[in-house]
Design a binder for this molecule. Structure first.
Ligand SMILES: Nc1nc2c(ncn2[C@@H]2O[C@H](COP(=O)(O)OP(=O)(O)OP(=O)(O)O)[C@@H](O)[C@H]2O)c(=O)[nH]1
Ligand SMILES: [Mg+2]
Length: 261
Protein backbone atom coordinates (compact mmCIF):
# COMPACT_ATOMS: atom_id res chain seq x y z
CA UNK A 1 0.00 0.00 0.00
CA UNK A 2 1.69 3.30 -1.15
CA UNK A 3 2.77 5.45 1.78
CA UNK A 4 0.58 8.30 3.04
CA UNK A 5 2.56 11.47 2.31
CA UNK A 6 1.88 14.55 4.40
CA UNK A 7 2.96 17.76 2.75
CA UNK A 8 2.32 17.49 -1.01
CA UNK A 9 -0.33 19.61 -2.75
CA UNK A 10 -3.48 17.58 -3.32
CA UNK A 11 -4.48 16.96 -6.93
CA UNK A 12 -8.05 16.05 -5.96
CA UNK A 13 -10.34 15.96 -2.94
CA UNK A 14 -12.65 13.30 -1.55
CA UNK A 15 -14.96 14.04 1.40
CA UNK A 16 -16.56 11.67 3.92
CA UNK A 17 -19.98 12.95 5.04
CA UNK A 18 -22.55 11.33 7.30
CA UNK A 19 -24.18 11.26 10.69
CA UNK A 20 -22.15 10.94 13.85
CA UNK A 21 -21.10 7.44 14.85
CA UNK A 22 -21.52 5.82 11.41
CA UNK A 23 -17.76 5.13 11.28
CA UNK A 24 -16.26 7.77 8.94
CA UNK A 25 -13.09 8.17 11.02
CA UNK A 26 -12.82 4.43 11.57
CA UNK A 27 -12.97 3.85 7.81
CA UNK A 28 -10.09 6.24 7.31
CA UNK A 29 -8.06 4.67 10.10
CA UNK A 30 -8.68 1.24 8.62
CA UNK A 31 -7.58 2.36 5.18
CA UNK A 32 -4.62 4.53 6.09
CA UNK A 33 -3.30 2.74 9.19
CA UNK A 34 -4.74 -0.77 8.59
CA UNK A 35 -6.18 -0.66 12.13
CA UNK A 36 -9.55 -0.51 13.87
CA UNK A 37 -8.85 1.65 16.89
CA UNK A 38 -10.70 3.73 19.43
CA UNK A 39 -11.99 7.04 18.12
CA UNK A 40 -13.43 10.20 19.61
CA UNK A 41 -16.19 12.14 17.89
CA UNK A 42 -14.60 14.31 15.21
CA UNK A 43 -14.47 18.06 15.80
CA UNK A 44 -14.57 20.09 12.55
CA UNK A 45 -12.63 18.09 10.00
CA UNK A 46 -9.24 16.60 9.17
CA UNK A 47 -7.66 15.28 6.02
CA UNK A 48 -5.25 12.56 4.99
CA UNK A 49 -3.10 12.86 1.92
CA UNK A 50 -2.88 9.62 -0.01
CA UNK A 51 -0.39 9.11 -2.79
CA UNK A 52 -2.09 7.26 -5.63
CA UNK A 53 0.40 6.63 -8.43
CA UNK A 54 1.82 10.06 -9.32
CA UNK A 55 -1.18 11.83 -7.79
CA UNK A 56 -1.97 13.12 -4.33
CA UNK A 57 -5.52 12.60 -3.13
CA UNK A 58 -6.80 14.41 -0.03
CA UNK A 59 -9.46 12.48 1.88
CA UNK A 60 -11.39 14.78 4.21
CA UNK A 61 -13.00 13.35 7.34
CA UNK A 62 -15.79 15.54 8.69
CA UNK A 63 -17.82 15.76 11.90
CA UNK A 64 -21.27 14.25 11.88
CA UNK A 65 -22.46 16.02 14.99
CA UNK A 66 -25.25 18.53 14.40
CA UNK A 67 -23.23 21.41 15.91
CA UNK A 68 -20.66 21.16 13.07
CA UNK A 69 -23.30 20.86 10.36
CA UNK A 70 -22.60 24.19 8.75
CA UNK A 71 -18.95 23.28 8.09
CA UNK A 72 -19.96 20.45 5.76
CA UNK A 73 -20.52 22.65 2.72
CA UNK A 74 -17.10 24.24 3.25
CA UNK A 75 -15.43 20.82 3.26
CA UNK A 76 -17.36 19.80 0.14
CA UNK A 77 -16.12 22.82 -1.83
CA UNK A 78 -14.28 21.58 -4.90
CA UNK A 79 -14.75 17.91 -4.01
CA UNK A 80 -14.44 15.40 -6.86
CA UNK A 81 -16.10 12.66 -4.83
CA UNK A 82 -18.37 12.65 -1.79
CA UNK A 83 -18.63 9.47 0.28
CA UNK A 84 -22.09 9.58 1.90
CA UNK A 85 -21.72 7.24 4.85
CA UNK A 86 -24.40 5.54 6.95
CA UNK A 87 -24.60 2.68 9.45
CA UNK A 88 -26.29 -0.40 7.93
CA UNK A 89 -27.81 -1.22 11.32
CA UNK A 90 -29.32 2.24 11.77
CA UNK A 91 -32.01 3.24 9.30
CA UNK A 92 -32.08 6.85 10.59
CA UNK A 93 -28.44 7.36 9.57
CA UNK A 94 -29.45 6.71 5.95
CA UNK A 95 -32.42 9.08 6.23
CA UNK A 96 -30.09 11.78 7.64
CA UNK A 97 -28.02 11.65 4.46
CA UNK A 98 -31.01 12.79 2.41
CA UNK A 99 -32.46 15.15 5.04
CA UNK A 100 -29.33 16.81 6.39
CA UNK A 101 -26.24 16.08 4.34
CA UNK A 102 -27.20 16.03 0.66
CA UNK A 103 -27.67 19.81 0.45
CA UNK A 104 -24.13 20.33 1.81
CA UNK A 105 -22.81 18.83 -1.43
CA UNK A 106 -24.09 21.79 -3.48
CA UNK A 107 -20.57 23.26 -3.22
CA UNK A 108 -18.90 20.17 -4.72
CA UNK A 109 -17.56 20.10 -8.30
CA UNK A 110 -20.21 19.96 -11.03
CA UNK A 111 -18.80 16.56 -12.08
CA UNK A 112 -18.48 15.28 -8.51
CA UNK A 113 -19.29 11.60 -8.06
CA UNK A 114 -21.34 10.29 -5.12
CA UNK A 115 -20.81 7.01 -3.32
CA UNK A 116 -23.14 5.58 -0.69
CA UNK A 117 -21.33 3.57 1.97
CA UNK A 118 -23.14 1.39 4.49
CA UNK A 119 -20.57 0.83 7.24
CA UNK A 120 -20.70 -1.63 10.18
CA UNK A 121 -21.69 -4.43 7.83
CA UNK A 122 -20.12 -6.83 10.34
CA UNK A 123 -23.26 -6.30 12.43
CA UNK A 124 -25.59 -7.61 9.77
CA UNK A 125 -23.70 -9.63 7.15
CA UNK A 126 -21.80 -12.85 7.98
CA UNK A 127 -19.47 -12.24 5.01
CA UNK A 128 -18.38 -8.94 6.54
CA UNK A 129 -17.52 -10.57 9.84
CA UNK A 130 -14.75 -12.59 8.28
CA UNK A 131 -11.51 -10.69 8.43
CA UNK A 132 -9.90 -9.58 5.20
CA UNK A 133 -8.49 -12.60 3.38
CA UNK A 134 -6.16 -14.20 5.88
CA UNK A 135 -2.83 -13.56 4.10
CA UNK A 136 -3.73 -9.86 3.80
CA UNK A 137 -4.88 -9.76 7.41
CA UNK A 138 -1.72 -11.52 8.67
CA UNK A 139 0.33 -9.16 6.43
CA UNK A 140 -1.47 -6.27 8.04
CA UNK A 141 -0.78 -7.70 11.47
CA UNK A 142 2.88 -8.11 10.46
CA UNK A 143 2.79 -4.40 9.50
CA UNK A 144 1.72 -3.51 12.98
CA UNK A 145 4.05 -5.99 14.64
CA UNK A 146 1.55 -8.75 15.38
CA UNK A 147 2.15 -12.08 13.69
CA UNK A 148 -0.62 -14.63 13.64
CA UNK A 149 -1.16 -17.88 11.82
CA UNK A 150 -4.07 -18.18 9.44
CA UNK A 151 -6.21 -20.14 11.92
CA UNK A 152 -5.67 -17.50 14.62
CA UNK A 153 -6.75 -14.79 12.18
CA UNK A 154 -9.89 -16.68 11.25
CA UNK A 155 -10.66 -17.68 14.81
CA UNK A 156 -10.28 -14.03 15.76
CA UNK A 157 -13.38 -13.34 13.70
CA UNK A 158 -16.66 -14.17 15.37
CA UNK A 159 -18.61 -16.99 13.73
CA UNK A 160 -21.61 -15.55 11.87
CA UNK A 161 -24.34 -14.98 14.47
CA UNK A 162 -27.91 -16.19 14.11
CA UNK A 163 -28.87 -12.54 14.46
CA UNK A 164 -27.01 -9.29 15.14
CA UNK A 165 -28.21 -9.39 18.75
CA UNK A 166 -25.91 -12.34 19.57
CA UNK A 167 -22.93 -10.53 18.02
CA UNK A 168 -23.04 -7.13 19.55
CA UNK A 169 -26.02 -7.07 21.87
CA UNK A 170 -27.68 -4.40 19.76
CA UNK A 171 -31.41 -4.65 19.35
CA UNK A 172 -31.57 -4.58 15.56
CA UNK A 173 -33.24 -1.35 14.54
CA UNK A 174 -34.58 -1.29 11.02
CA UNK A 175 -31.58 -2.33 8.94
CA UNK A 176 -30.71 -0.74 5.65
CA UNK A 177 -30.78 -3.05 2.61
CA UNK A 178 -28.64 -2.55 -0.51
CA UNK A 179 -31.90 -1.83 -2.36
CA UNK A 180 -32.64 1.06 0.05
CA UNK A 181 -29.19 2.49 -0.68
CA UNK A 182 -29.56 2.14 -4.45
CA UNK A 183 -32.96 3.84 -4.30
CA UNK A 184 -31.38 6.74 -2.40
CA UNK A 185 -28.57 6.86 -4.98
CA UNK A 186 -31.22 7.33 -7.69
CA UNK A 187 -32.79 10.19 -5.71
CA UNK A 188 -29.36 11.79 -5.29
CA UNK A 189 -28.83 11.75 -9.05
CA UNK A 190 -32.24 13.35 -9.55
CA UNK A 191 -31.44 15.97 -6.89
CA UNK A 192 -28.28 16.74 -8.86
CA UNK A 193 -30.25 16.91 -12.11
CA UNK A 194 -28.30 13.94 -13.47
CA UNK A 195 -29.67 11.25 -15.78
CA UNK A 196 -29.33 7.72 -14.37
CA UNK A 197 -28.46 6.36 -17.80
CA UNK A 198 -25.51 8.74 -18.18
CA UNK A 199 -24.29 8.41 -14.59
CA UNK A 200 -22.22 5.77 -12.82
CA UNK A 201 -24.58 2.88 -12.02
CA UNK A 202 -25.99 2.47 -8.51
CA UNK A 203 -24.56 -1.03 -8.07
CA UNK A 204 -21.08 0.42 -8.71
CA UNK A 205 -21.53 3.37 -6.34
CA UNK A 206 -23.18 1.69 -3.36
CA UNK A 207 -20.83 -0.14 -0.99
CA UNK A 208 -21.17 -2.01 2.28
CA UNK A 209 -18.05 -1.98 4.45
CA UNK A 210 -16.78 -2.83 7.88
CA UNK A 211 -14.05 -0.62 9.32
CA UNK A 212 -13.94 -3.20 12.12
CA UNK A 213 -12.93 -6.17 9.97
CA UNK A 214 -11.64 -4.28 6.92
CA UNK A 215 -14.35 -5.80 4.74
CA UNK A 216 -14.54 -3.95 1.39
CA UNK A 217 -12.68 -0.87 2.70
CA UNK A 218 -9.71 -1.00 0.31
CA UNK A 219 -12.11 -1.71 -2.54
CA UNK A 220 -14.19 1.37 -1.66
CA UNK A 221 -11.34 3.88 -1.59
CA UNK A 222 -9.40 2.43 -4.51
CA UNK A 223 -12.50 2.20 -6.72
CA UNK A 224 -13.14 5.90 -6.02
CA UNK A 225 -9.50 6.87 -6.64
CA UNK A 226 -9.73 5.33 -10.09
CA UNK A 227 -13.07 7.04 -10.75
CA UNK A 228 -11.74 10.51 -9.88
CA UNK A 229 -8.65 10.15 -12.07
CA UNK A 230 -10.33 11.87 -15.07
CA UNK A 231 -11.09 14.80 -12.75
CA UNK A 232 -7.41 14.97 -11.76
CA UNK A 233 -6.28 14.91 -15.38
CA UNK A 234 -8.84 17.58 -16.30
CA UNK A 235 -7.66 19.80 -13.44
CA UNK A 236 -4.03 19.40 -14.50
CA UNK A 237 -4.95 20.20 -18.08
CA UNK A 238 -6.91 23.30 -17.10
CA UNK A 239 -4.09 24.52 -14.82
CA UNK A 240 -1.59 24.16 -17.64
CA UNK A 241 -3.75 26.20 -20.01
CA UNK A 242 -5.55 28.63 -17.71
CA UNK A 243 -4.15 32.20 -17.98
CA UNK A 244 -2.70 33.29 -14.65
CA UNK A 245 -4.55 36.19 -13.07
CA UNK A 246 -2.32 39.26 -12.55
CA UNK A 247 -3.39 40.55 -9.14
CA UNK A 248 -1.68 43.92 -9.79
CA UNK A 249 -3.89 44.38 -12.82
CA UNK A 250 -6.91 43.51 -10.70
CA UNK A 251 -5.91 46.09 -8.09
CA UNK A 252 -5.53 48.66 -10.89
CA UNK A 253 -8.99 47.66 -12.11
CA UNK A 254 -10.47 48.17 -8.64
CA UNK A 255 -9.16 51.76 -8.64
CA UNK A 256 -10.46 52.64 -12.10
CA UNK A 257 -12.32 50.30 -14.38
CA UNK A 258 -14.99 47.77 -13.19
CA UNK A 259 -13.33 45.07 -10.96
CA UNK A 260 -12.29 41.83 -12.61
CA UNK A 261 -11.80 39.78 -9.46
N1 LIG B 1 -19.18 -2.87 14.66
C1 LIG B 1 -18.59 -1.83 14.07
N2 LIG B 1 -18.38 -0.69 14.78
C2 LIG B 1 -17.79 0.35 14.11
C3 LIG B 1 -17.41 0.26 12.74
N3 LIG B 1 -16.86 1.47 12.36
C4 LIG B 1 -16.92 2.27 13.47
N4 LIG B 1 -17.46 1.58 14.51
C5 LIG B 1 -17.69 2.12 15.87
O1 LIG B 1 -18.65 3.17 15.78
C6 LIG B 1 -18.31 4.25 16.69
C7 LIG B 1 -18.16 5.55 15.90
O2 LIG B 1 -17.07 5.43 15.01
P1 LIG B 1 -16.38 6.75 14.38
O3 LIG B 1 -15.44 6.30 13.34
O4 LIG B 1 -15.85 7.61 15.47
O5 LIG B 1 -17.67 7.46 13.74
P2 LIG B 1 -17.72 8.87 12.98
O6 LIG B 1 -18.67 8.72 11.83
O7 LIG B 1 -16.36 9.33 12.65
O8 LIG B 1 -18.40 9.83 14.08
P3 LIG B 1 -18.27 11.45 14.20
O9 LIG B 1 -16.80 11.76 14.17
O10 LIG B 1 -18.91 11.79 15.51
O11 LIG B 1 -19.00 12.02 13.02
C8 LIG B 1 -17.01 3.81 17.37
O12 LIG B 1 -17.34 3.20 18.61
C9 LIG B 1 -16.43 2.78 16.43
O13 LIG B 1 -15.63 1.82 17.10
C10 LIG B 1 -17.64 -0.97 12.05
O14 LIG B 1 -17.34 -1.16 10.87
N5 LIG B 1 -18.24 -1.97 12.77
MG1 LIG C 1 -15.24 10.97 13.14
Amino acid sequence: MPEVSKMKKPDVKLVLLGDMNVGKTSLLHRYTERKFKDTVSTVGGAFFLKQWGPYNISIWDTAGREQFHGLGSMYCRGAAAVILTYDVSNWQSLAELEERFLSLTDTANHDCIYALVGNKADLTDPRAQLCQDSDEASKDRMDCGEERTETQVLSACPTPPASPVSLSGITPGKQVTPEDAMALYGRILRYKGLEEKSSLPADKMCFETSAKTGYNVDNLFEALFDLVLPSILRNKNENQHSPTVDLEECRGAKRGRPSCC
